[in-house]
Design a binder for this molecule. Structure first.
Ligand code: TRP
Length: 329
């Protein structure tokens, strides 16, 4: 075993992974593999918390998500890739942690209030959904992760996990868990095709395994610099979403493209056309991986099976310590 610091992160299989997941998270995961002992988890229990009325897709989406992770370069020979529901110890630790988490702490988590208020078409004011960040704390603590690569929105969940660690230590005089730190992703956030936040509910994204025709169609509809009406008007690439996509997907070419936009040598239509070809190229590996075998699923299944074995071994060892500390078993 290595003595490198450990990280754990997870994604919920609630929809197709898109360009935002890649730029904002996956690329980072791939790099972190060189420095950390990595655990990457399919958070299917978390998905079920919001999709409990329509669970049919969770299993398929879990496999597709793993296929996309592999295509991005997440490497099962270096990292443990597993599915939360394959390791029942998550729920056992979640129970212990929920017993010692004051109601005020969980009710205060801003994502909870926000989602209950804003998510439409789903009833989220459930007992289970309130426990969302406590289950997330269990995910992290079960593997004694030192750090958790996440986006800004997850920071309150990490703060709760740290408070739970301190309370556990205080109550049971047991130092089982390190306090997990957030590892914030450096990349600027990629906006949706319409310039709003990229989100499944706005349907404003390009999926990683999107077919080329759809990529062309969606890119054509992107908004550009609103101040540039005629082609001869000078462009303002810093306020143009298309130009920001260039920066994210062709960093070497972006300076030239931005300059051509500023000096009216490049029109918006051409800019979008060329961007769509670049995006098609950049996402080729995701389509290729999906079309291998039976939709990539047998490979994903096998990786998840082997990952579950490795994850479970560690999870069971942690739970032996926890049961000891809380006087059970
Ligand atoms: N809440 C995370 C998200 O929506 C997903 C998640 C579940 C997670 N368990 C985790 C992330 C543990 C990091 C660590 O993005």
């Amino acid at each position: 075993m290595t003595s490198r610091p450990r990280i754990l992160s997870g994604m919920r299989p609630t929809g197709p992974l898109h360009l935002g997941h890649w730029v904002g998270a996956l690329k980072n995961w791939v790099e972190l593999q060189g420095k950390y002992d990595c655990f990457f988890m399919v958070a299917d229990w978390h998905a079920l918390m919001s999709e409990y009325e329509h669970p049919a897709e969770i299993r398929r989406r879990s496999r597709e998500m793993v296929s996309d992770w592999l295509a991005a370069g997440v490497d099962p020979s270096r990292s443990v890739i597993f599915r939360q529901s394959d390791v029942p110890e998550h729920l056992e630790l979640y129970m212990v942690l929920s017993i010692l988490s004051p109601l005020g702490w969980v009710e205060r988590v801003p994502t909870y209030k926000e989602q209950v208020r804003e998510v439409t078409g789903r009833f989220l004011a459930t007992y289970g959904f309130l426990g969302y960040p406590v289950l997330q704390a269990a995910d992290i603590l079960l593997y004694k992760a030192d750090a958790v690569p996440v986006g800004e929105d997850q920071v309150p969940h990490l703060e709760l996990a740290r408070e739970i660690v301190r309370r556990f230590k205080f109550l049971y005089q047991a130092e089982i868990f390190p306090e997990p730190k957030p590892l914030l992703t450096q990349e600027a956030r990629l906006l949706g095709l319409d310039g709003r936040k990229m989100s499944k509910s706005y349907d404003n994204f390009v999926a990683l395994a999107e077919v080329p025709e759809e990529i062309r169609r969606k890119t054509q509809k992107m908004f550009t610099d609103p101040k540039r009406i005629r082609m001869n008007d000078p462009g303002h690439p810093e306020t143009c979403n298309v130009c920001h996509y260039w920066k994210a997907f062709a960093p070497e070419e972006a300076p030239r493209i931005w300059e051509e936009c500023r000096t009216s040598k490049r029109g918006c239509t051409q800019n979008k056309q060329e961007l769509s070809e670049r995006l098609i190229q950049a996402t080729e590996k995701f389509r290729a991986r999906r079309s291998r075998g039976d939709g990539g699923s047998s490979e994903a299944d096998q990786i998840l099976r082997s990952g579950a074995g490795k994850a479970r071994e560690i999870a069971q060892a942690t739970m032996r310590e926890v049961r000891q500390a809380v006087g059970l078993g």
